[in-house]
Design a protein around this ligand. Sequence first.
Ligand SMILES: Cc1cc2nc3c(=O)[nH]c(=O)nc-3n(C[C@H](O)[C@H](O)[C@H](O)COP(=O)(O)OP(=O)(O)OC[C@H]3O[C@@H](n4cnc5c(N)ncnc54)[C@H](O)[C@@H]3O)c2cc1C
Length: 221
Amino acid sequence: MEHAVHLKNSEALNHNVVRLTLDRPAGYAFTAGQAIDFKLPRPGLEEKVSAFTFTGLATDPHLELTIKCYPEHHGITEQVASLKAGDTVLISDPFDTVALKGPGVFIAGGTGVTPFIAVLRQLQVEKKLAGNALFHFNRTKADAFLVNEFSAMLGRDFHGVLSQEDAPGFLHGAVNADFLRTHIRDFQQPFYTCGPEGFVLAVKNALLELGADAELIDVQF
Ligand SMILES: Cc1cc2nc3c(=O)[nH]c(=O)nc-3n(C[C@H](O)[C@H](O)[C@H](O)COP(=O)(O)OP(=O)(O)OC[C@H]3O[C@@H](n4cnc5c(N)ncnc54)[C@H](O)[C@@H]3O)c2cc1C
């Protein structure tokens, strides 16, 4: 079912990632980690659909999405960048993404972190964050977002990682077996990875090389 909802607010989290706050339709339910198909009723975009993941809590009075905008695609996300309060967007019913198998290591590339934002916020409410860690890979410090929130939630178990520059407070590296071996001790725990296809396949292959159980690796792209 498609729901027409109004935008309450749009806030820039960095140079190309925005947080959208949307009115929540009466009775609309979702769980942490679920995503939706998203459309914009604008000329030229009638046939276009993008999937985005709810990043707010399932109990919040509004809906929240965290979206990376790509002007060069000339698609939905280019227009998302210019959405204003009161604009209408179309969202589907929610569908599942990440399947939780217990505390573990979350490894995200860019906006692949969105399902993990929702899951970690929910675990925080339930006081179940202990035993979880997050590695959030971005190219540069300017591409990172929500660093303060992740640090506050996870403390030393949050690792912001930059692949293309050194910056204080961040690790520097690419996702491969050497990097993971250096920063993770236990490979017999659940792993959750989400991001561009090449990124998550690199994570999965490195984890398998390091002895992780394929059944405990959740891959989303
Ligand atoms: C289940 C799921 C959940 C997701 N959740 C989120 C989320 O919460 N937040 C988020 O930011 N993203 C999320 N994504 C990714 C998101 O769906 C895409 O980034 C988004 O659909 C891109 O839309 P777009 O309008 O920019 O371009 P698209 O609709 O992908 O492409 C529009 C056109 O741009 C062109 N194009 C495509 N790629 C390129 C390129 N690299 N260079 C130049 N031109 C190109 C093509 O011609 C294409 O027709 C999720 C994806 C999935 C599958």
